[in-house]
Design a protein. Structure first.
Length: 399
């Protein structure tokens, strides 16, 4: 199966005219035939000039269907989730054409707006409100600036997220793309994409921030004690400010995490980020084993007849063992532990299990996981870019 430079005796046009969904069919029923099919869409000259051969790519039907619209071939290949087939030269060629000529511009515009809202959020939550150490030194101009920044976030970012999340949820429910967690809890399938799930969490945080906004609680409050406009430190806002700050911190983390999809512009950075995500599960296993050991030894030491302050109760003992595992436990406190023989034996066993066994096991697991992922990390990066191309082009007008 191949495409000739001059004559399509391979039947390229006839194949895609009669079976425009051939890529989808092969992805579902005969994935092994995808590579030969794509090989046939490449013609390589037998004549080398200056050490190079001419190569023709026949990817027209992979990019455009019979009606002149975008072909769904890239979406089918992305859903197939095969890191090897997505790196086929023919697929790389037409996906890079989509990305370089169209998708990257629209994607960048959307990300620049997101980055702008992040900067506004950064100024309102981390910079302007920390210009002074005392509340008395804060000016009305600063309060107005903070309020304007937060207004931009609530109107320009939160409303957009609410609209997009509602639109995606309704679309999945109408088309039946719903996954039941535990067999009974329906969840729209779009939430299984980490970017969409992060956007969903950020939307919740922004809505809660609006509900708990100290400035709103202080508007018209008699307890404000000042005539400064948009004053946020009144007594009515005292009970919500701490909860507001926690949600604000979570929203800030989510903003920065969602910004990591800018790595799609570089295959190297994108592959590195995806490798981190692939090996993170090994770190999760390590933390799970560490917590299990901490709970086990903390409960055992608390059962002993001892009067050590660092092990006065299971919760205190667990915190002390956690500090030992992280190397944060004060060395001077070991003197009192040495006086308690059985406590010392338990602590020594715990340290050996954590510092020697678990840490070395973690290193071995990370090394093994990296070796497995390394071979296909560029493929996974290209799968990620393909998904972004499909999502971005869906929002582009056909005109």
């Amino acid at each position: 199966i191949r495409a000739d430079r001059d004559n399509y005796y391979y039947g390229y046009d006839d194949l895609f005219t009669r079976h425009p969904e051939v890529i989808q069919r092969l992805c579902a029923d005969a994935a092994n035939l995808l590579w030969p099919l794509l090989d046939g869409l490449i013609w390589r000259s037998r004549v080398a000039v200056a050490g190079q051969r001419r190569v023709n790519y026949y990817v027209k039907h992979l990019m455009q269907d019979g009606e002149g619209k975008m072909n769904e071939a890239l979406e089918w290949l992305a859903e197939n989730n095969d890191p090897k087939i997505i790196c086929h030269p023919a697929v790389v060629m037409f996906s890079d054409l989509f990305w370089g000529q169209l998708a990257n511009k629209y994607f960048l515009v959307g990300r620049l707006y997101f980055f702008f809202t992040l900067l506004v959020f950064l100024f309102s939550q981390c910079i302007i409100n920390h210009l002074h150490t005392k509340v008395e030194d804060e000016t009305e101009t600063e309060y107005i600036a903070i309020f304007v920044c937060r207004l931009v976030i609530y109107l320009g970012s939160m409303t957009r997220f609410v609209f997009l999340q509602t639109k995606s949820a309704i679309s999945d429910c109408r088309t039946g793309r719903v996954v039941k967690l535990g067999g009974f809890l329906p969840v729209p399938s779009y939430l299984f994409n980490y970017q969409e799930f992060g956007s969903f969490l950020l939307t919740i945080c922004l809505v809660l921030m609006l509900v708990l906004e100290p400035v709103i609680h202080c508007l018209g409050a008699d307890s404000a004690g000042t005539d400064k406009l948009f004053y946020p430190h009144c007594k009515d806002a005292k009970d919500v400010k701490y909860a507001y700050s926690i949600i604000s911190a979570l929203a800030m983390l989510l903003y920065w995490l969602l910004l990591t999809d800018l790595t799609v512009f570089s295959m190297r950075f994108s592959a590195f980020l995806l490798v981190i995500g692939r090996v993170a599960s090994e770190v999760g296993l390590f933390l799970g084993a560490l917590i299990y050991l901490i709970v086990t030894f903390a409960s055992a030491i608390s059962s002993l007849n001892q009067k050590l302050k660092d092990f006065a109760g299971m919760h205190v003992g667990a915190l002390s063992l956690w500090e030992m595992a992280l190397g944060m436990y004060p060395t001077s406190h070991f003197e009192s532990i040495v006086e308690q023989t059985f406590v010392m034996i338990a602590v020594v066993i715990f340290v050996i299990l954590v510092a020697i066994f678990l840490l070395n096991l973690l290193i071995a697991q990370l090394n093994g996981a990296y070796q497995v992922v390394y071979e296909d990390m560029v493929g996974y990066a290209r799968l990620n870019r393909a998904a972004i191309i499909v999502t971005t082009l869906e929002q582009v007008s056909e005109k």
